[in-house]
Design a protein around this ligand. Structure first.
Ligand code: ZN
Length: 635
């Protein structure tokens, strides 16, 4: 198909300075015993075998170039390939070599030539002539030149073209392309197929659709077994063809069966069994069953999931992308987190409100810290909340996990707004600081504070007669009605407010040595630095977050960003030169630098945040809270 010329799009390159960060997983893997390692290993193999499907789901051309790049990199080392490119015959400059290699790295990372975050095309920066010349000079090409030529002939246009319909993933009638569907399928056709599948009560999650002609469709189901079922629906013939990606499924099933031999418990065994049956038959109900066993397998040493999970990539949002992951419990971090929970009551007693404003019994939040070992998909998230089947999550449960090592270590050159003199320290302690803030935020921040409620019968859950309003000293007259919630009272402000309270608790409690002793035992000499960078992270977050503020609608795009901004303001308003923001320039452009006086954290900082928390915690008395926040009047 010829590209449209009316709507010009600028090509998007993957910048040479792209932030490539490696995920450190050797420590997590080394903490596993032999049986756990075998379980992780076979699940990893199953995940990567299945993840080849992701290339087929991203674009028509992606699988062909996946094949081509794989062959090239299997046949020769990077050093040989570089010598080939920069040698006398091809004469690549160093910059051109980097452009080529960055493109290929991004291609593998995104499972194709469209970004997994945003779904727009990126193209090689190196010229088409050099790209092709390099491919033709490789050893892999010499071994199967006819097939390589066929790929170049049929798909090179799509690799370099960036005008519609070769620019974004969308239905053809919306100016894009999506390889979940044949080229000739419109959004209307997809809706027709969706209705049909709904009527026969079959999930579209693991399917692709091909339109043979307006009266004849094929729906391909991913499964190992081949079955064909024919339907007539509203005068149209629809064939359900099972067996799509069967060669991949054979390997997925084979590895999962081996994995099942090393399951740690019955839940894992049953879960694997259901996965196997699902991938063999293509029946999504069996995948739902696997998830029922998965949610019962609480806090496993090796955490996993596999299947057709997220529907972001499909323009109709009903077909899911394949993904598989393996993560290990970070035993060291998890022990520290449970020590923190064990000491919760002592720590909470330090907070700046009387115990009557605290919940009667502290309930341990569901929070497991995992380290990613494998993430076979087009992107790696930093947290997971699964399954995606609403009926299961509502009625049977779900799991919420943090993927600690997916955050990555910050690189010096990308750190913004930090005093240049402190950047080295910032890099050194960034991960420790994040652990400090996240642990206190999740475990004690969200878990504390009590809502004062008057129930259906007019009874109060606090001593309405004797408890005094902490700010006025008067009797408490305001509280939540039984049919009100925190969210219904505060609406859009609710989640940002709650995140702010949690971050405030984290900053405040970090000032107590008890918290540092639990989280960083034996590192007394570093406590001040870790605490300092923890506070710095929030301050910088307040500045960075300004880009998420939508001026026209006066909205913050993200709850945590609003939280950091409010705390930044608290620290600036604390005075005493505790936090200052200097306007300066960087590369000729206006720039800001924030400084934070380390020596004042446990004095000025602690007092300011403590006072602020005292007011913010009185969200149990909602009227007050609105007043205290109104004083920020933001931007
Ligand atoms: Zn939070």
């Amino acid at each position: 198909m010829e590209p449209a010329t009316t709507k010009e799009q600028k090509p998007e390159f993957v910048s040479v300075a792209s932030r490539v960060h490696s995920i450190e997983c050797s420590k997590a893997f080394s903490q596993l015993n032999a049986k756990e390692r075998a379980y992780a290993y076979y699940f990893t193999r199953a995940s990567w075998e299945g993840a080849k499907i992701c290339y087929f789901q991203r674009s028509y051309e992606a699988p062909a170039f996946f094949y081509l790049f794989q062959k090239i990199f299997i046949s020769q080392s990077i050093a040989e390939l570089k010598t080939l490119a920069t040698g006398d015959a091809l004469k690549f400059s160093d910059a051109e070599w980097t452009q080529l290699i960055v493109y290929i790295a991004a291609f593998f990372q995104n499972c194709g030539n469209y970004k997994s975050f945003g779904d727009t095309k990126f193209v090689p920066e190196v010229s088409k002539e050099k790209f092709v010349a390099w491919i033709r000079a490789t050893k892999a090409y010499s071994l199967e030149s006819a097939r390589f030529e066929e790929i170049l002939d049929s798909a090179l246009l799509e690799i370099y073209e960036h005008r519609p319909p070769y620019y974004e993933i969308a239905f053809s009638d919306n100016g894009g392309a999506s390889s979940y569907y044949s080229y000739n399928i419109s959004s209307e056709d997809a809706e027709f197929i969706k209705q049909f599948l709904q009527e026969i009560n079959i999930s579209p999650l693991n399917t692709r659709v091909i339109k043979i002609n307006p009266k004849y469709y094929n729906i391909l189901f991913c499964s190992q077994q081949s079955v064909v079922k024919k339907f007539d629906y509203k005068g149209v013939t629809i064939e359900l063809i099972y067996g799509d990606f069967a060669p991949f499924m054979t390997k997925v099933v084979e590895n999962l069966k081996l994995c099942g031999n090393f399951a740690a418990n019955e839940h894992q065994k049953n879960m694997i069994q259901k996965y196997v049956e699902h991938f063999e038959s293509g029946d999504v109900n069996l995948h739902k069953d696997s998830q029922r066993h998965w949610i019962k397998d609480k806090g496993p040493v090796v955490e996993t999931n596999i299947g057709f999970i997220e529907v972001y990539l499909d323009p109709a949002k009903v077909r899911a992308e394949f993904e598989g992951f393996v993560a290990a419990v970070d035993k060291e971090a998890t022990k520290k987190l449970s020590d923190l929970v064990a000491n919760a009551e002592t720590l909470i007693a330090n907070l700046t409100w009387p115990k009557e404003f605290e919940i009667d019994t502290f309930s341990k939040p569901d929070f497991t810290s995992l380290e990613v070992i494998t993430f076979a998909c087009s992107g790696t998230p930093i947290g997971i909340n699964l399954p995606n089947y609403d009926d299961i999550t509502k009625n049977e449960g779900f799991k919420n996990v943090n993927l600690g090592n997916a955050y990555g270590k910050p690189k010096k050159e990308y750190i913004q707004y930090v005093d240049p003199a402190e950047i080295d320290l910032f890099v050194k302690y960034s991960n420790d600081a994040l652990f400090l803030i996240v642990a206190l935020h999740e475990l004690l921040g969200h878990g504390t504070g009590k809502l004062f409620v008057k129930d259906k019968d007019g009874k109060y859950n606090f001593d309405q007669e004797n408890l005094k309003h902490p700010l006025t000293g008067e009797k408490i007259t305001n509280c939540y009605n039984h049919n009100e919630t925190w969210g219904s009272r505060f609406g859009e402000l609710a989640s940002g407010y709650e995140e702010c309270r949690a971050d405030g608790v984290a900053l405040y409690l970090s000032c107590f040595d008890k918290a540092m002793e639990i989280l960083f035992p034996g590192r007394e000499a570093e406590w001040d630095d870790i605490r300092y960078i923890g506070w710095y992270e929030i301050i910088i977050g307040g500045i960075k977050g300004l880009s998420h503020y939508i001026k026209d609608s006066k909205k913050w795009g993200q709850a945590h960003v609003l939280a950091s901004y409010a705390l930044l303001q608290v620290c600036i308003q604390a005075g005493n030169g505790f936090v200052t923001i200097k306007e300066t320039t960087k590369d000729g452009k206006p720039y800001l630098v924030a400084t934070l006086d380390k020596s004042q954290i446990t004095t000025t900082g602690k007092k300011a945040v403590g006072d602020f928390l005292r007011v913010t915690n009185y969200h149990n008395l909602f009227g007050l809270l609105c007043l205290s926040w109104a004083s920020f009047s933001f931007l």
